[in-house]
Design a binder for this molecule. Structure first.
Ligand SMILES: *[C@@H]1O[C@H](CO)[C@@H](O)[C@H](O)[C@H]1NC(C)=O
Ligand SMILES: *[C@@H]1O[C@H](CO)[C@@H](O)[C@H](O)[C@H]1NC(C)=O
Length: 258
């Protein structure tokens, strides 16, 4: 089983550089973030789901059979969050980081496999702050990290061949990637993007969002709200920012989004 999976992975790695879209190879990418409900399509379903088996794999050593003959197995972890849809898709409720990986839909009739596998990669996006809550204060710098958990290719292959990108946006959904206020670093070893900035008073309760796009199309996003642990009442505050005059204009017109 593990060998077979390894082979299929190998096949994908070999095929991928020559294919522009995943659809030709019948591979599906699904992107998720914490708490979502996702549907993993079964692209080789026969007329009825009693032939359908869903297998799950996160590291090539271990394959877990989640469903067989269209029915959930009893002895699996996270059983209560899984269900098989009427179209044989696999539904996962309230997704968590432990769900990312490779899901394979496979059909058996009289114990004989029918057709080819229909693999689905579930990717999981997570944002976090590397500073503890008590350290988050205006005037201090904060680092936010956006991590894409994937079990498929090395991250740099995802970026180069699959057109995957991580991008930070502000609450108005405008990219901050070129904003000099932020230092943004992407690591293709870890598949994460970190954003570092010095917090301003008006950042209290501000949201930053990390988006994952594939070929410039939004796939999913994850949000973090930064709460100043010692917020200052802005009406008593003399702007401390040492920035230039256009910036101080902006400060007085800063949106209070509460
Ligand atoms: C979703 O999972 C989290 C734990 O990961 C749990 O705290 C929460 O209550 C769950 N939500 C629902 C709607 O089941
Ligand atoms: C990515 O994640 C690793 C491990 O969690 C961390 O050490 C690193 O600082 C993060 N950011 C970048 C840009 O590598």
């Amino acid at each position: 089983m593990a060998d077979r999976c390894y082979m299929c992975l190998l096949r994908l790695i070999i095929l991928c550089p020559f294919l522009t879209g995943s659809s030709e190879a019948n591979i599906t990418d699904v992107f998720s973030t914490s708490g979502e409900n996702v549907r993993l399509p079964c692209n080789n379903a026969l007329s009825n789901c009693t032939s359908t088996t869903w297998n799950y794999n996160r590291d090539s050593s271990q394959t877990v059979e989640l469903t067989a003959e269209g029915i959930k197995k009893n002895d699996i972890e996270r059983r209560e969050r899984l269900s098989v849809g009427s179209d044989c898709s696999l539904n996962i409720k309230n997704v968590t980081q432990q769900d990312y990986g490779l899901y394979i839909c496979r059909q058996y009739v009289n114990k004989q496999q029918q057709g080819t596998d229909a693999p689905v990669y579930l990717h999981f996006l997570h944002v976090s702050s590397s500073s503890s809550q008590s350290e988050i204060r205006s005037g201090r710098s904060v680092t936010l990290s956006c991590q894409l958990y994937s079990y498929s290719f090395p991250c740099d292959t995802l970026v180069r061949s699959e057109g995957i990108q991580l991008m930070w946006v502000n609450q108005a959904n405008v990219s901050v990637m070129k904003d000099s206020r932020y230092q943004i670093l992407f690591s293709s070893t870890h598949c994460n993007s970190t954003l570092t900035t010095r917090l301003l008073n008006e950042d209290h309760n501000r949201e930053w969002r990390c988006q994952v796009t594939q070929n410039n199309r939004l796939k999913t996003s994850a949000t973090i709200t930064v709460k100043d642990s010692a917020p200052v009442d802005s009406s008593t505050l003399i702007p401390v920012s040492s920035s230039n005059s256009e910036k101080s204009n902006q400060t007085s017109a800063a949106p209070t989004q509460d």
